[in-house]
Write a protein that binds this ligand. Structure first.
Ligand code: F6P
Length: 322
């Protein structure tokens, strides 16, 4: 292998730039030529590619987003799109591909690797923390801190007005952001897809919590097409009109901003790990960190196995919310 391509794909995440920097610098240090592929798989399909030198990645470790841009490529989900992408790899003389992204992006890398026997290495780049086999994903810690700061601010209003706030956070199908931010921000509850908590249990809880000792309350709700923060607020409004209820949907501010030290370090370790993987002849694995050790997780496990939440944390939150 002489030339390694690198791309970011799917939702941007703080720390992606630190990962691009690490892969580029470590790749060059180890004698590889590095090519940056713009706009994710769309850029691979359309040959939007440039040689990367160390200068391309100077002063980017602190920047949010991704200098390579990103996309959710529809075309790459089709066999015809992946054929075009493979043809570009051959044309560009790229012998291995490093993909930084979440579940959908690494699933794409797995398909390309399988169909064309092409070496692909993945880095876990998503705020959702929903990739199996790694304790954390690049971007998750920064987003958790962003949510914590937002909820701290919302609490000022919640307390002053004695209101119930339903704060909706991202996470797609996973409740990590909601559960951990609820603990970090001292929220009274988290509604997460992995838990059986339904709205009636929630209202019971609020009756207890609010009437006994609390005059305000913050509930963190994982985004969901049917049962998001709006849904719970409307139910409480209807069934308990004595409560003053508000909703705050944090939205895309959760994805932006300068990456935390934790995310920069994770990106740097896994970026260097990706080049080591190529050197060792590994292929079709995601580089992660588990119990402070670098691990190589087969794509099929990383994307297909469901990362479990820590159920003990449900009790922790319950105990602390009285
Ligand atoms: O996967 C990251 C994420 O931010 C999810 O938490 C969220 O559901 C989704 O992306 C939003 O995607 P988009 O920016 O395309 O609307």
């Amino acid at each position: 292998i002489r030339c390694i391509g690198i791309l970011t794909s799917g939702g941007d995440a703080p720390g992606m730039n630190a990962a691009i920097r690490a892969v580029t610098r470590s790749g060059i240090s180890n004698g590889y030529k590095i090519k940056g592929i713009y706009r994710g798989y769309d850029g691979l399909i359309n040959d939007d590619i440039q040689i990367f030198t160390t200068e391309n990645v100077s002063s980017i470790i602190q920047r949010g987003g991704t200098i390579l841009r990103t996309a959710r490529s529809k075309e790459f989900t089709t066999p015809a799109g992946r054929k075009k992408a493979y043809d570009t790899l051959v044309k560009e003389g790229i012998d291995a591909l490093v993909v930084i992204g979440g579940n959908g992006s690494l699933t794409g890398a797995m398909l390309l690797a399988d169909e064309y026997d092409f070496p692909c290495i993945g880095l876990p780049g998503t705020i959702d923390n929903d990739l199996w086999g790694t304790d954390s994903t690049i971007g998750y810690d920064t987003t958790l801190n962003t949510i914590k700061e937002c909820v701290d601010k919302i609490r000022d209003t919640a307390t002053s007005h004695e209101r119930i706030f339903f704060v909706e956070v991202m996470g797609r199908d996973a409740g990590f952001l909601a559960q951990y931010s609820a603990i970090a921000a001292g929220a009274e509850a988290a509604i997460i897809p992995e838990d059986s908590t339904d709205s009636d249990q929630l209202i019971e809880f609020m009756k207890r919590g609010i009437r006994k000792s609390k005059k305000s309350c913050i509930v963190i709700v994982s985004e969901s097409p049917k049962c998001g923060a709006m849904y719970y607020a409307e139910r409480v409004n209807k069934e308990y009109p004595e409560f003053d209820v508000r909703v705050s949907i944090l939205g895309h501010l959760q994805r932006g901003g300068s990456p935390s030290a934790h995310d920069r370090i994770l990106a740097s370790l896994t970026g260097v790990g990706a080049i080591q993987a190529v050197k060792q002849g590994q292929r079709n694995v995601m580089v992660g960190v588990r119990n402070n050790e670098l691990v190589y997780v087969p794509f099929v496990d990383a994307v297909r196995k469901k990362k479990p939440i820590d159920r003990n944390l449900i009790k922790v939150l319950d105990d602390l919310s009285i």
